[in-house]
Ligand binder design. Structure first.
Ligand code: PBG
Length: 326
């Protein structure tokens, strides 16, 4: 039999790595960490095995655990001591994220990114200030422009605490421009903005919302986060953030939206990030616990696939485990 093309020639052990197109490195990964002002002890997050909410006093210890695996960056999320309608603990100088970021940046060389959003801080669980009557009328939710004013303060307070990069995640229109302007006015021109540029209204955030007690008390986020049906709209959303000065463009979630990662990669030459979210992590763990999947293998394959689709960097709860094995 005469076969000219035999792709298997390039799959021998000697040549595989020479022709490999994609490489996963620890330096591509950002590990999310949770700091909780309501506890004096580390608390396991049940739906995210291996992850904990730690008190501020443990934030440096937690960050050092990440650094030991070879991961060089963390994203800090906070659970505040109290919540109110405006989410006022989110921009407080002595807020949970601000205190943790101060400590981590003082004590380690980690690159510290913060999530700029309100949902963990508002008593109603939405990502901003509510419109008048929102509790009764399902067509109303978050007041976009009033929320921008709050988010400016949040970004500046994070930069003041020492954050190396800020990441607005609430999907408010104009947030990248507002945050950029506020940072510049406060003397933080050098702090980049990673935009959660195409963030979908996804059911894969469930475990994260358990972890941060950040689920909306009524309604959902469909009036601000994107419709999972839309991919062309994602490119439009991302373009707006580019025009407003976004430095890094993030797509979230990752695995169910690899077409969007690839589209954004093709369309823009900014660094592209993807957020391998809590639900993506939880489902692999659940299957592995039943003995149905090899956790280490599927975790690594997931992250490799996210990179292959076009992401330069990945936010993932697997960061430490995968990095340690690289
Ligand atoms: C908003 C925010 C959320 C996540 C990251 N930032 C929650 C949401 O939009 O409901 C979800 C991350 C994950 O599921 O891993 N502060």
């Amino acid at each position: 039999m005469e076969l000219t093309n035999r792709p298997r020639r390039l799959r021998t052990d000697g040549v595989r790595s020479l022709v490999s197109e994609t490489e996963l490195r620890a330096s591509d990964l950002i590990a999310p960490v949770f700091v909780d002002a309501t506890t004096d002890e580390r608390v396991e997050i049940e739906s995210m095995p291996g992850h904990e909410r730690v008190p501020v006093a443990e934030s440096v210890a937690r960050a050092r655990e990440v650094a030991e695996t070879g991961v060089e960056a963390v994203m800090v999320f906070g659970v505040p001591a109290s919540k109110d309608a405006e989410g006022s603990r989110v921009w407080a100088d002595d807020g949970v994220v601000q205190r943790a970021v101060e400590r981590i940046t003082d004590a380690t060389d980690l690159y510290v990114v913060t999530d700029v959003c309100m949902c963990e801080y508002t008593d109603h669980g939405h990502c901003g200030v509510l419109e008048e009557g929102a509790r009764e009328d399902p067509e109303l939710t978050v007041d976009n422009d009033a929320t921008l004013e709050s988010l400016r303060r949040v970004a500046v307070s994070h930069a003041e605490a020492g954050a190396d990069m800020v990441a607005p995640s609430g999907m408010m229109d104009g947030v990248v421009g507002a945050v950029r302007e506020a940072l510049d006015a406060a003397g933080y021109e050098h702090v980049p903005v990673m935009s959660y540029a195409a963030k979908y209204e996804s059911a894969f955030y469930g475990p994260f919302r358990d972890a941060t007690d950040g689920a909306p008390a009524f309604g959902d986020r469909r009036h601000y986060q994107m419709d999972p049906a839309n991919a062309r709209e994602a490119v439009r959303e991302v373009r707006l953030d580019v025009e407003q000065g976004a430095d890094v463009l993030m797509i979230k979630p990752a695995l169910p939206y690899l077409d969007v990662v690839a589209a954004v990669r093709r369309e823009f030459d900014h660094p592209v990030a993807a957020y391998n979210v809590s639900g993506e992590y939880a489902m692999l763990h659940a299957a592995a616990e039943k003995g149905w999947l090899d956790l280490e293998a599927v975790a690594r394959e997931s992250l490799l696939s996210i990179k292959r689709a076009g992401a330069d960097l990945i936010l993932t709860y697997f960061a430490e485990d995968v990095a340690a094995g690289l």
